[in-house]
Design a protein around this ligand. Structure first.
Ligand SMILES: Nc1ncnc2c1ncn2[C@@H]1O[C@H](COP(=O)(O)OP(=O)(O)OP(=O)(O)O)[C@@H](O)[C@H]1O
Length: 296
């Protein structure tokens, strides 16, 4: 049962402020997709459009190539940015209530609710009111709430914010299980290092536009301008006359950009005629550097 949720050319404005521009990307089954972008980039807006609390101005949302339906949307597990549980209601009671709203029996809801709370190490607080929990524990309850009705897909707005490292790990395990069962999972985050470690694919956005999407390696290949480093015993001033873009230059060490190996080899040959090469090779960029470049 493959389920691919796809956004195609989704555009959205608030008044004369265009927030999303021709946004296209896919959320695939069995895959954790990280959605990253700076403040105000449009992540929350895109997520709200997917789950249908906001309408796009143009563009389409499809599920396996068919327009997304209200029926499908009702079965998406959504964790909104503004969160949404009742502070004065007991944690397990809320989970049961939410699952029942999605048509689950009370017995099933209770069993599934407790199971999730146990996995998220929150079972001891099942009968406490939400407002009595620490923020991190409230966050875990929110995650359980998004999952208690056995959703067909998960759309989670900053699910890891405020979680301690152990809670991040347990949450990831629970989300991975949902993905393995076939649900597409999209989660937004500001924490690129976390996203890089946790997700299978990334969608990087800036100013409401997709700047890069795919696996980490695909993004590195597609966006990184190959950068090379030369270290030599000889003077390197001659490099300024070769026409290659210089990224960094200090005596004996040069970093330059070259798309093709022929150009890189030309520089290497010239350098070797002038002195001993101590090092010559491609510099591998981190996703962090690419992220900074793409959102600039
Ligand atoms: N209901 C609204 N009315 C007017 N402008 C809005 C509304 N919702 C969002 N915006 C604007 O749209 C832009 C994108 O906001 P959005 O919340 O989607 O970004 P985000 O990537 O989720 O940001 P953050 O990481 O800071 O939560 C912002 O400039 C925001 O002010």
């Amino acid at each position: 049962m493959a389920i691919v949720i796809r956004l195609d050319n989704v555009t959205k404005s608030f008044g004369d402020h265009q927030v999303l521009t021709d946004m296209s990307f896919a959320i695939k089954p069995g895959i954790m997709t990280g959605f990253v972008g700076g403040n105000g980039a449009g992540k929350t807006t895109a997520m709200r459009i997917i789950i249908g609390v906001l309408n796009q101005d143009s563009g389409t949302i499809t599920v396996d190539d068919e327009p997304i339906t209200a029926g499908y949307r009702a079965h998406i597990g959504y964790m909104p940015e503004e969160r949404g549980l009742y502070p004065k209601m007991k944690v397990l009671d809320q989970l049961v209530y939410l699952a029942q709203l999605h048509g689950k029996s009370a017995a099933h809801a209770k069993r599934r609710g407790m199971e999730l709370l146990e996995r998220l190490n929150l079972d001891a607080r099942a009968n406490d009111k939400l407002e009595e929990l620490s923020l991190g524990n409230q966050q875990r309850a929110q995650i359980a709430a998004a999952m208690v009705h056995d959703p067909v897909a998960l759309i989670l707005d900053e699910p890891f914010s405020g979680l301690d490292p152990l809670a991040v790990e347990t949450t990831v395990e629970v989300l991975r299980d949902a993905a393995s069962a076939g649900a597409p999972v999209l989660f937004s985050s500001h924490q690129l290092d976390l996203v890089e470690r946790l997700c299978d694919e990334l969608v990087i956005i800036a100013d409401g536009q997709v700047r890069a999407a795919g696996t980490r390696d695909e993004i590195l290949h597609a966006t990184a301008q190959p950068e090379w480093e030369l270290r030599t015993t000889a003077d390197t001033a001659w490099i300024n006359d070769t026409g290659v873009p210089i990224v960094h230059h200090e005596p004996g060490t040069v970093r330059f950009l070259a798309d093709d190996a022929t150009t890189a080899n030309r520089i290497l040959n010239e350098a070797s005629q002038r002195g001993t090469i101590e090092h010559f090779g491609k510099v591998s960029q981190s996703l962090h550097e690419i992220f900074k470049e793409t959102i600039r």
